[in-house]
Ligand binder design. Structure first.
Ligand code: GLA
Length: 400
């Protein structure tokens, strides 16, 4: 009896052990997702046009590789065999040719589903169909799955996401697994072996520093999401990222606010999923999304999340250790008026306990580059003196 009990215990613990593909998302995933602009109004045409433009406007070269369709790609019912079906009106040729088109552009293709019985927008969820859905995605060569958390009453999050992770691995096609349970069950504490990224908060909304109340839920401004990242730095790293939600760059905030939002996502080593209509994007939006110096901060190989070093009168100073002993630094102005900065490097003791990095401007001279204006701002031998406009950011790189 005791042996049977032990065997059962072993079996249960083995089943709970997730098994994700290794080596995926060694830097934060980058791409585009349909939700923030299109919600369920998506189509084959939108995917193809978006894929074309990701390539022609340099987004692919900047690193935006994953084109992901969010909620709304399915028919309202599974077929007689229980398989998910692409909505025939939106995707008249099915999903495989769409995936093939995206792949032919040198991009990767992702889809969305939900751990519950239905997705958030009411389409068939994956609960009870994990292995069947995973096999279907593998047969379509799907490279990325965002997995949501609506209609999950009574379900254990760790178990549900672990089951899907195992199903994807068993199906055999390498796939990034993006957990989207809004941080309710602290996925950062258990999802490192389950997926490559996990949402840390509720949904983002294209406002800078406030909350938009929709009644049953609230959309969070970029700065509000930033505040909720406190304490999570230690959980992120190559292959497993905190996800503060998709980008709202180009979706209605002012250019300076977009710049501040984007800079801070890069400081957080966040996944960079553009969420705008890139067929209509302005030169400013393209410029922000594809800035090589800023994206390089996000994609730094060490994969260390930045941290808030100081905060005074709505001016926040953030540091992020980078490879080779470099640092990214942001002076983020959340005020409605410009602020003056006077930062005396030799009098500051900047250290990151997590990565054991220290910035010692007494002993090391760093060269300072303004990453947005591309100007050389001298070295850390003299104090940094600057003005940061309202709702804007000064983002610099210190190089040895
Ligand atoms: C949830 C997610 C969003 C989006 C929608 C789709 O709200 O958090 O990112 O995927 O569902 O219905």
């Amino acid at each position: 009896m005791r042996n049977i009990f032990l065997a059962l215990l072993l079996l249960t613990s083995v089943q709970l052990e997730a098994q994700k593909f290794t080596g995926l998302a060694l830097t934060p995933p980058m791409g585009w997702n349909s939700w923030n602009t299109f919600q369920t109004k998506i189509s084959e045409k939108l995917v193809m046009e978006t894929a074309d433009i990701i390539v022609s406007t340099g987004m692919k070269d900047a690193g935006y590789i994953y084109l992901v369709l969010d909620d709304g790609w399915m028919s309202k019912e599974r077929d007689n065999n229980g398989n998910l079906v692409a909505d025939p009106e939106k995707f008249p040729h099915g999903m495989k040719p769409v995936a093939d088109y995206v792949h032919a552009k040198g991009l990767k293709f992702g889809l969305y589903n939900c751990a519950g019985t239905k997705t958030c927008a009411g389409y068939p969820g994956t609960r009870g169909y994990e292995y069947q859905d995973a096999r279907l995605y593998a047969s379509w060569d799907i490279d990325y799955l965002k997995f949501d958390w609506c209609n999950t009453d009574g379900i254990n999050a760790k178990e549900a996401y672990t089951t899907m992770s195992r199903a994807l691995h068993t199906a055999g096609h390498p796939i990034i697994f993006s957990l989207c349970e809004w941080g309710n069950n602290k996925p950062w504490e258990w999802a490192k072996e389950v997926g490559e990224l996990w949402r840390t908060t509720g949904d983002i909304y294209p406002i800078f520093d406030s909350v938009h109340n929709f009644g049953s839920w609230s959309g969070l401004g970029a700065m509000r999401i930033l505040d909720l990242q406190k304490g999570l730095q230690q959980y992120a790293g190559p292959g497993h990222w905190n996800d503060p939600d998709m980008l709202e760059v180009g979706n209605g905030m002012k250019t300076n606010e977009d710049r501040a939002h984007f800079s801070m996502w890069c400081m957080l080593a966040a996944p960079l999923m553009a969420g705008n209509d890139i067929r209509k994007k302005s030169k400013e939006t393209t410029g922000i999304l594809t800035d090589k110096d800023v994206v390089a901060v996000d994609q730094d190989a060490m994969g260390i999340e930045g941290f808030k070093y100081a905060s005074k009168d709505s001016l926040e100073t953030w540091f992020k250790p980078l490879s080779g002993g470099d640092w990214a630094v942001c002076f983020l102005n959340r005020n409605n008026a410009p602020v003056n900065i006077h930062f005396n490097w030799s009098q500051e003791a900047v250290a990151d306990a997590f990565s054991r990095s220290m910035l010692n401007a007494d002993k090391t001279i760093y060269h300072i580059k303004d990453l947005w204006s591309k100007k050389n701002l001298g070295t850390t031998q003299s104090p940094l003196v600057a003005v940061v406009p309202a709702h804007d950011i000064l983002m610099i790189r210190l190089s040895r």
